[in-house]
Design a protein around this ligand. Structure first.
Ligand code: ASP
Length: 625
């Protein structure tokens, strides 16, 4: 029998149908069992008379049964299928579900970021997240349709490339074929899209992944997606028109509401005067209540700003006191080109550069580009680059610009930002299927993770940081990221827990001792017990559900890049599951090695467990003797 989608069942009254899906809710009333079945189209109530087996929630089922109209008094007006139910005649469990580590009902806002991201495939099952993923898909579909209707080509550009300057640090990828050399992941497809203009494409777009090594914030990771587009023989007005049409169509298709009319255009000087910021909100109070999206363009940005020494990217990208304000490729407004070429009035040069702002957020930026080699060259000269450095950095662009590059310009709206505004959520992570945690760990999997020495050698690489400060820094970041208070102790370098307790003047029992164990699969886990007790291997193995053996000191040092004796009791920092002995929960405070032999951290025991072993925090394991 063919599958029927749940949303179609109300049209099949009296018929026998087969549905596939998940048992979202199971209610046992002795002789009757109710199962709310969910598939991608909706939810329906199924009734089993004289149930034979227990069904666990979120098991995947195939149900066959007759669609019955409900009695008037049993109609559920909150459910699209609330007028009917399915009387089950046959049921097959396609995949039984074990007890869920996180609930998939409700908004999920009450759960910690860690568990939501670690079990993202469950987190995404909640209705709210399904809706957001659908919104995002509809947004992109409608944008594509508008751009295709204007004769754009969708073209992909490389991921392994040379760094583009977009104001952040580059992620680098070592090359095995060229040991000691690196690719950069694109901060945006900026250079390639411009080269597509040289290539005669005239109208390009891409739903492009961009990767920027920026300081992590609670609401975003290193990767994001933008609608990247570029046009030849264009004007600012034309870019505004096309982007407005695409954005309005996308937002509307995704269920959002946009303020009527053309997006107003304001100059940077005007908005700074009026709002004191270029990320302003033009909505009325009523529009705010109704979550209307009110867009505005800001144009005529200064081309250069003074280098901010606190910004690493500024310091890396500029050799002088000046740095481009957005990216180096924007053209000055025509009347300021002579200033640029003469290196005069640098701070006053206005660029043909614009941002799109919505409800207080920047949602896009772009510019009309410098397509003449001397203009791009002058930008780099003002940033203090020598001829040789210019050649090395953008020689390929200057060459292309001397081989028939049309005037061009473009823009790049951020997809996550738009979805965030439509869905009215406050974090970009809510709009990404598999976002990173605030400590930079990947969803579900546990990258970044250490690479064995042999692999590093094939790249001609060696990790040289001897007394790994990196781990110490990451640990501090992890604790601060969760706003958990801690104090750092500096002391003589120590190699064992005994030595550590002595120099710290704290009892052994107060120190969570970390041990690394290897599973049969080669995967490592961390067990943490009070330093005055021994790990009970039998108990640990029964908690883990498999056999493990203690990793050798060499293995620990190689895999974790941390000296034995300094390993902090946070397996998560190394992508390992952590099992904390429940006895640590009874302590007031704990003190432990912090990734360096000469540093310890002291903090509340209860905070420690939350940070070290969030999943186990509610179910601590008994793993010590
Ligand atoms: N590449 C720019 C960015 O990522 C956008 C653009 O100028 O088209 O912000």
């Amino acid at each position: 029998m063919e599958r029927t989608l749940i949303s179609e069942t109300p049209q099949r009254i009296g018929e026998t149908v087969r549905i596939n899906g998940w048992a979202r809710r199971v209610r046992d009333h002795g002789s009757v069992q109710f199962i709310d079945m969910r598939d991608r189209s909706g939810m329906v109530q199924c009734v089993i008379v004289k149930p034979k087996k227990k069904i666990s929630e979120e098991s995947v089922l195939q149900i066959t049964g007759v669609v019955k109209e409900r009695d008037e008094k049993n109609v559920n007006p909150d459910l699209a299928t609330g007028t009917i139910e399915i009387e089950v005649s046959d049921m097959e469990v396609l995949n039984p579900s074990a007890e869920l580590p996180i609930p998939v009902q409700g908004s999920g806002f009450d759960l910690s970021e860690e568990v939501r991201i670690r079990y993202r495939y469950l987190d995404l099952r909640r209705d709210r997240m399904q809706e957001i993923m659908t919104m995002r898909s509809k947004l992109v579909q409608a944008i594509r349709e508008v751009l295709f209707s204007h004769d754009f080509r969708e073209i992909e550009t490389p991921l392994l490339t040379k760094g583009t300057m977009e104001g952040a640090r580059n992620f680098i990828v070592p090359s095995r074929l060229n040991p000691g050399k690196f690719y950069a992941l694109p901060q945006s497809p900026q250079q390639y899209k411009q080269l597509l203009m040289t290539a005669g494409v005239e109208r390009y777009f891409q739903i492009a992944k961009c990767v920027r090594d920026e300081d992590l914030r609670a609401d975003r990771g290193f990767e994001f997606t933008q609608l990247d587009l570029e046009l030849s023989f264009t004007t600012e007005e034309e870019v505004f028109r096309v982007v407005q049409e695409a954005v309005v169509a996308g937002v509307t298709a995704a269920g959002g509401r946009v303020r009527e009319g053309d997006f107003p255009v304001l100059s940077y000087a005007e908005v700074m005067e009026k709002f004191g910021s270029d990320k302003f909100d033009i909505r009325t109070d009523d529009e705010k209540k109704e979550n209307i999206l009110a867009f505005a363009w800001v144009n005529r940005y200064p081309k250069f700003k003074r280098v901010d020494r606190k910004e690493v990217a500024d310091t890396l990208d500029s050799r002088s006191e000046w740095i481009f304000s957005h990216n180096p490729f924007s053209n000055p407004i025509p009347e300021h080109i002579p200033w640029l070429l003469a290196h005069e009035h640098i701070g006053e040069i206005i660029a043909s550069q614009y941002d799109l702002v919505c409800n207080g957020y920047e949602v896009a930026s772009g510019s009309i580009r410098a397509h003449r080699p001397e203009v791009l060259r002058a930008t780099y000269e003002i940033m203090g680059y020598t001829d040789e450095e210019i050649e090395k950095n953008i020689g390929h662009m200057l060459e292309a610009f001397s081989l028939g590059t049309p005037p061009h310009g473009g823009c790049a709206p951020g997809i996550e930002r738009l979805v965030m505004l439509i869905a009215n959520v406050s974090s970009l992570k809510e709009t990404v299927a598999f976002p990173m945690t605030s400590t930079g760990k990947t969803a579900v999997t546990d990258a970044p993770s250490p690479v064995p020495g042999e692999v590093l050698r094939t790249f001609g690489l060696k990790v040289v940081e001897e007394e790994s400060n990196v781990v110490f820094e990451r640990l501090k970041q992890l604790l601060s990221g969760k706003s958990l208070p801690f104090t750092i102790l500096e002391h003589e370098p120590v190699k064992t827990s005994e030595e550590a307790s002595k120099v710290r003047g704290t009892p052994m029992g107060m120190a969570p001792k970390a041990m690394v164990l290897k599973k049969k699969t080669g995967e490592c886990v961390m067990a943490v017990v009070p330093a005055d007790r021994k790990l009970d291997m039998k108990k640990l193995e029964s908690v883990i559900g498999g056999s493990v053996k203690l990793a050798s000191p060499e293995e620990v040092e190689r895999d974790l890049q941390v000296k034995v004796g300094a390993v902090p009791p946070f397996g998560g920092l190394f992508g390992m599951e952590t099992y904390v002995d429940e006895r640590l929960k009874d302590l007031e405070e704990v003190v432990f090695n912090a990734g360096r032999r000469d540093r310890s951290i002291r903090m509340k025991a209860k905070d420690f467990i939350i940070a070290a072993d969030p999943v186990q925090a509610e179910h601590p394991s008994d793993i010590a003797q």
